[in-house]
Design a protein. Structure first.
Length: 347
């Protein structure tokens, strides 16, 4: 074998070894990166500012305390399905006369909503919950009211926009017969805010405690039902994919007038003493004091108590260890039920 041929063979041998070495290095780093991709490092996002209304992240401290608009929404059978109810950030449902309930739907004043209603009349206990969102500052939209409610609105100097006096900020629809055909929308309440915000300046208020941390429970609450009367049952069904509860009425899935499902991230069931006042069936609800509470979110069910020390103070909920409960950011429905109401929980 000549020296020239030997050198050529050696060259190809070394070239092959070098190629194998490079392939080995590539495979080593590729597998390492692949394994690393299978185990990503998860870091929890730190939210600096949250809305006190629904716990949603906001960009500035000023946005933590939004202006709130409260609308009295009809829940008579002839009023269903309601318009805009799926956009409310907090909804209080409470008994009224006739064996029905009514909603106080709370909206961020800056929301864009084309139709909300049907709008109905005021009751005094709804005022106690409204004022948890700022004394006098929340706008209250309704159509008339019980004598006690109208007297309280005047006494407390609530930012009142009764349809009887501010009819241009509402409209009647031919979709139904009165009184179940009165509606409003965000452009109308924003016009009112523009006129009267100086008289009723925004005030600070305290919200609930919110956190994105989910429940660590192995026993998921699949559904719950509240038997308000023999003819009216409110249900909530847990949907694992969205981690939300969907509302049902008398066993049927409940949607708004536009066909959007009515969902909740948190459901608070608060038992309160309810007294019938007159032959019409008007009621007094003891909104201050304390009582039994049930909280549902992300499939978790927590028993506890509610407490409200004064009319303008926040209604707060506590667990069995007397720690204030944390809610999930999103939509909250507060179901006010007479003490001793039958409540069914399905796990």
């Amino acid at each position: 074998m000549s020296k020239r041929r030997f050198n050529k063979s050696l060259f190809f041998l070394l070239l092959g070894l070098a190629a194998l070495f490079l392939i080995g290095i590539y495979l080593f780093f590729f597998r390492s990166s692949e394994q690393g991709a299978q185990k990503p490092v998860v870091t929890e996002m730190v939210v600096q500012f949250r809305s006190r209304l629904d716990g949603a992240p906001v960009e500035t401290v000023a946005e933590e305390t939004p202006r709130v608009v409260g609308v009295m929404v009809d829940n008579h059978p002839d009023a269903r399905p309601q318009a805009g109810i799926s956009f409310a950030r907090v909804v209080y449902e409470a008994p009224v006369e006739g064996g029905f309930t009514r909603y106080l739907a709370l909206f961020n004043a800056g929301s864009l909503i084309d139709k909300v209603g049907p709008v109905r009349s005021a009751r005094p206990y709804f005022l106690d919950w409204l004022e948890e969102y700022g004394i006098t500052a929340p706008m209250y939209m309704h159509s008339g009211g019980s004598p006690d409610a109208l007297a309280e609105i005047k006494r407390r100097d609530i930012f009142d926009t009764n349809e009887f006096y501010w009819g241009e900020y509402y409209w009647r629809s031919d979709e139904a017969d009165p009184p179940h055909n009165l509606f409003t929308k965000s452009k109308l309440w924003q016009a009112l805010l523009g006129k009267f915000s100086d008289r009723y300046p925004a005030t600070t208020w305290q919200g609930w405690i919110f956190s994105d941390t989910g429940a660590a429970t192995s026993s998921i609450v699949k559904a719950l039902a509240i038997n308000y009367t023999a003819d009216y049952t409110v249900g909530w069904r847990y949907e694992a994919d969205s981690k939300k509860y969907r509302r049902l009425g008398n066993g049927r899935l409940f949607s708004d007038r536009e066909g959007r499902p009515v969902l909740a991230d948190n459901i608070l069931i608060l038992e309160m003493p309810v007294q019938v006042l007159d032959e019409v069936g008007r009621k007094a609800i003891a909104t201050t004091g304390s009582g039994s509470a049930r909280v549902f979110h992300r499939g978790e069910f927590i028993r506890g108590t509610w407490k409200k020390t004064a009319v303008v103070e926040r209604t707060r909920v506590y667990d069995a260890n007397r720690n204030e409960m944390t809610l999930i950011p999103g939509i909250t429905w507060v179901e006010i039920v007479p003490t001793g109401t039958e409540i069914t929980v399905t796990q």
